[in-house]
Write a protein that binds this ligand. Structure first.
Ligand SMILES: [Zn+2]
Ligand SMILES: [Zn+2]
Length: 132
């Protein structure tokens, strides 16, 4: 069981069981949404996530793509895509114990920032690691 929440604590959640995926995303859309050079998401079945406090705000960043953030402190929390039904991808920094997850792959490596020096041996997908 992994607890997590936003920076201010207004939104808290608990994730049960093992995630389906732990994947970096280098796409420009995530970069802008998270204000960070790259993102790392922990993917779960929606049913494994229990909201224990508050409700994040939702922003539709593209048709069928929902990004959620704390309406008070702005922490980026969830990515959901209609084309990946029943899944929620949680920004790893939201978790109280982010080191309990092991990254598995890079997605959208084609959009990686040129000065970002990645030295791991993980698979590198030029586009999405989860075909839509
Ligand atoms: Zn907050
Ligand atoms: Zn992305």
């Amino acid at each position: 069981m992994n607890g997590g929440g936003c920076r201010c604590g207004a939104v808290r959640l608990t994730a049960r069981g093992e995630p389906d995926a732990v994947v970096y995303c280098h796409c420009g859309d995530c970069r802008r949404s998270n204000g960070a050079p790259l993102s790392l998401f922990v993917g779960y079945e929606v049913g494994r996530i229990e909201m224990s406090r508050g409700t994040p705000k939702v922003y539709e960043s593209a048709p069928g793509v929902r990004r959620s953030f704390c309406g008070d402190c702005g922490t980026s929390m969830f990515y959901e895509d209609e084309r990946l039904p029943g899944k929620v991808y949680i920004s790893i920094g939201v978790f109280d114990a982010p080191e309990s997850f092991e990254p598995e792959a890079h997605s959208w490596f084609s959009q990686k920032l040129s000065w970002l020096d990645i030295r791991d041996d993980l698979p590198r997908h030029e586009a999405s690691s989860h075909p839509r």
